[in-house]
Design a protein around this ligand. Sequence first.
Ligand code: SF4
Length: 363
Amino acid sequence: MLGVYVHVPFCESRCNYCAFSSFVRNDEIDRYINALTKEISSFNGDKIASSIYFGGGTPSILEKSQFERIFQALKSTFTLTDDCEITIECNPNTFTADKGRFYRQMGVNRISFGVQSLDDNILKFLSRRHSAAQALSAIKCAQECGFENISADMLIGVNKNTDDFLKQVELLCSQGVKHISAYMLQIEEGTPLEKMVMAQRDLLPDEDESIDQYNGVAKLLKKRGFERYEVSNFAVSGFECRHNVNYWTGGDYVGFGLSAHSYIGGRRFANANTFEKYYRGVLALDEQLSTRQLQEEHIMLGLRCKYGVDKKYLFGLGYDISKNENLPELLDKKIIFDCGGRLKLNEEYYGVNNLVIIKLLPD
Ligand code: SF4
């Protein structure tokens, strides 16, 4: 079984912090969909899909007919499992009741809203196109269209007032959102935000304040019945994102579209990130992972989520992690737990998981 990712690289405008593969190019959409549907239809691999994820960019920018064309290509190429999770990322201002009903008809059963903040000044500062009121009404509208499985992305490290930020997260919980992704704002090279921060160093909260916000969100969401199942992802039980869980547990996935990544049977490959190269079928990356890379990948992914590292799997790859010289101390200090053959990171250390990963990598 496969997870299927479809990249929609179009946005209405560029947010000032964005480093994703996205373009303001309405004139390119139809040509892109022609190439995308062709790529999907010519896929030659496992044809059973347990999840489909439309990411971007802004997938909700597409017209219904454009979305339908992609969906038809997917449905005629793949057999979807009965409980296939189908997610679409939406920006609140491009979501309407009409689109919501249409997505339901198409079989979409999960909506992920790019909320980022519920403070209008911060949304403006980030050059987002929606307001806080629009975000809340989009969530309500999706619920009225019959969506229960709703996720919201929030950005940590923008709001200088931690209490204010936590109140916004609290408000999302009270709106019945079942999943929250709380990502740390990254200042990406070459973005307008980078220039702004260079010009005014104290524009954003410092690292300690950002860590406080992260810990505050984790504590608050725990109280509200959410489990942190990955470093940045929190869900009410049963609402974990299946598509991402497949990725974090080393499952195979195929990505279609500009710059989309795939991982199938230990081979990792990615499409080119310019339209012209993508249309010509150029790959930006194509590698068969070595045993060492597979070991590292498994440890890195396993220690960023609640699913942990499978000792037997690593042993099969020639690495007996039980003999790692740092493991006894990590177990002793309860930084790592040994749970029935899997090594799991104590969630209190999720924020510093990289330091633990380094200690458990093979020599
Ligand atoms: S909506 Fe998302 S993908 Fe589009 S510009 Fe903003 S951050 Fe980037």
